[in-house]
Design a protein around this ligand. Structure first.
Ligand code: GLA
Length: 604
């Protein structure tokens, strides 16, 4: 009779189906890859000698409004897991509910923050009741895909790096039970970085470690904690993420291969985080704040073995050569690359100012005092989660406008719709020009991404989170417009009244052009030379943010989101529209920083 025993960690080696098993894992997040490319990326993974796929599950996408669950199309987790099985990969699920992952609020839905007493990642009842309802919906969908039911899921991770947060000593027990009681039967594990390991873990669950280099006796500390258990590096960081305004992080291929080789020689198992990073499309990228707030880029290339658009890198080839030695069968040939094309530049033909577009947004919400975006009465009482919020009021004088550090995260300030300046966490004061008549003061506040790591998760409200003062007097009587750039709004904008593009066109505004594709659409990269900062939408897909400060210089546009014929490109530009949208076959790599020489970079 065939052995039906799943992944076991009962000695120094894993066993699967009763036989010794070396876990050679890699992370790909289905929510960072267009669905049409899931197969391509997983085939490339398999051809590299990886035997196990791991993925996080982002709660904020699966339950965008309280009680509204989305598990279809690009969020069809079951289809992703089943595809992995079809292609010969085992699966480790990492359902959080907190996932970190350079994802807005570490994957937690922002509507949780409407509860002013919220204590995220604790056993506070407002949090656990939300988790219970989410898990009631999520776990029964994936439980049938576990190994014991004939599926590919061989392990499930309990929370994520809780050792570095550790605010509630009952919490991990609660999450573990929440998984078990809903039918999770496979091996449970926790994952922590070297520092978090000491406080991490929960009884009866395998501890694993996250690292990039073998310094500080990291592996030994794991072995000391669990002498009779297999060693698993749950996140072997193949590269690192980027934040706006700093350099592009790389981790040299040779260094990565040297560490992976040593880990394998020492008998350890590992999971490459990331094997393929992909893109944090839309407004999903997170932020870090270790004293200074730093929003992350939309590209999640991560300097991983497969690049953002699925290209093979030097890391891929070296890794494949190495992993061949740990695979008993010859590895399949890597699939051919997707074609790419640098389309002809698109000239922007039409524009609509933000002020004209306001008529297509929800009616403004009136608030006597500043109010955060989460607390707006929009989206069935769930508040606004992402994007921009416009606050307007009447002023009767000029003078000193002081944000009192209440702006999250960046505001363009206008008087009678003329740009006066920008306020953010660094710059908190601005002089408004004198004037005696009633004038409109507008603050276009952008949520640049909620932090995904650290102590401050409960304080991630965005928009205006407190008073703003003009000459020491708090502003009152605000009209608040939710501009989260959802498809319903953009569709109205699209069919609204556009103006022909002119030299003098003012910003902020929407800029529209047509990309003509002849034949089969291909992947491409969008560049916006001369533009400053904004968001790009192609045929309704939000590709993410661009910002001239870099390091990201292009936006990945996947071919499957284009069609043969006409394609609509809409750019929302905050400050200066250059009129031309350019395409490139390859992303431009700006200045880089080598994380192997700057270990302080990788402190998560
Ligand atoms: C930690 C987290 C991951 C990710 C990485 C950095 O290990 O667990 O989710 O944030 O750091 O990329």
């Amino acid at each position: 009779m065939a052995e039906r025993q799943g992944l076991r960690a009962e000695s120094c080696h894993f066993t699967l189906q009763g036989a010794p098993f070396r876990l050679l894992g890699g992370s790909i997040h289905y929510f960072r890859v267009p669905r049409a490319y899931w197969r391509d990326r997983l085939l490339k993974m398999r051809a590299c000698g990886i035997n196990t796929l791991s993925t996080y599950i982002p709660w904020n996408l699966h339950e965008p409004e309280k009680g509204l669950f989305m598990f279809k199309e690009h969020l069809d987790l079951k289809a992703f897991v089943s595809l992995a099985q079809e292609l010969g990969l085992w699966v480790i699920l990492r359902p959080g509910p907190y996932i970190c992952a350079e994802w807005d609020l570490g994957g937690l839905p922002s509507w949780l923050l409407r509860d002013k007493d919220m204590k995220l990642r604790t056993t506070y009842s407002g949090f656990t009741s939300a988790v219970n309802s989410y898990f009631d919906n999520l776990i029964p969908r994936v439980a049938p895909l576990q190994f014991s039911n004939g599926g590919p899921i061989i392990a499930v991770q309990v929370e994520n790096e809780y050792g570095s947060y550790s605010k509630d000593d009952q919490y991990m027990k609660y999450i573990k039970e929440a998984l078990l009681s809903r039918g999770v039967t496979e091996l449970l594990l926790t994952s922590d970085n070297r520092e978090g390991l000491r406080c991490g873990g929960v009884d009866g669950v395998l501890k694993t470690i996250n690292l990039q280099k073998l310094s500080y006796g990291a592996m030994q500390s794991l072995a000391d904690l669990q002498p009779e258990k297999p060693l698993l590096v749950m996140e072997y960081w193949s590269g690192w993420f980027d934040v706006w305004g700093e350099l592009h992080h790389i981790f040299p291929a040779e260094e990565m291969i040297a560490v992976v080789t040593e880990l394998l020689e020492r008998g350890a198992s590992l999971n490459l985080y990331m094997f393929h990073g992909g893109t944090s499309f839309g407004f999903m990228s997170g932020a870090v704040d270790f004293g200074t707030y730093k929003p992350q880029t939309s590209s999640y290339d991560y300097d991983a073995p497969l690049s953002e658009c699925g290209d093979y890198t030097a890391k891929y080839h070296l890794l494949r050569d190495l992993l061949q030695n740990y695979n008993s069968e010859p590895l399949p040939e890597p699939p051919p690359l997707q074609g790419r094309q640098a389309y002809e530049a698109v000239l922007v033909s039409q524009y609509m100012s933000l002020w004209d577009a306001l008529q297509y947004a929800e009616r403004p919400f009136k608030s006597e005092d500043p109010i955060s975006m989460e607390n707006l009465h929009v989206h069935n009482g769930n508040g606004q989660s992402y994007g921009y919020t416009l606050y307007e009021t009447t002023i009767l004088s000029g003078g000193s406008l002081n944000s009192r550090n209440s702006i999250r995260d960046r505001a363009l300030v206008f008087v009678d719709r003329k740009l006066i300046g920008i306020l953010d966490y660094r710059k908190q004061e601005l002089v408004l020009p004198a004037g005696k008549d009633a004038r409109t003061l507008s603050l276009l506040v952008e949520n640049c991404g909620r932090v995904n790591y650290g102590e401050a998760l409960d304080a991630q409200h965005k928009g205006l989170v407190g008073d703003i003062a003009l000459n020491h007097t708090p502003l009152k009587g605000l009209a608040v417009h939710c501009l989260d750039m959802m498809p319903s709004f953009l569709n109205c904008v699209h069919s609204g009244q556009w103006n022909p593009m002119m030299e003098t066109t003012g910003c902020p505004g929407f800029f529209q052009g047509n990309l003509r594709v002849d034949g089969e659409p291909r992947d491409t990269f969008i560049k916006l030379p001369g533009w400053t900062k904004g968001v790009v939408f192609v045929n309704g897909h939000n590709l993410g943010r661009y910002w001239c400060i870099g390091p990201q210089k292009d936006l990945y546009l996947p071919g499957p989101w284009l069609k043969s014929g006409n394609n609509q490109i809409v750019v929302f530009e905050e400050q200066r529209a250059a009129g031309k949208i350019v395409f490139a076959e390859n992303p431009e790599q700006g200045r880089i920083i080598d994380v192997s020489k700057h270990p302080f970079c990788t402190i998560i």
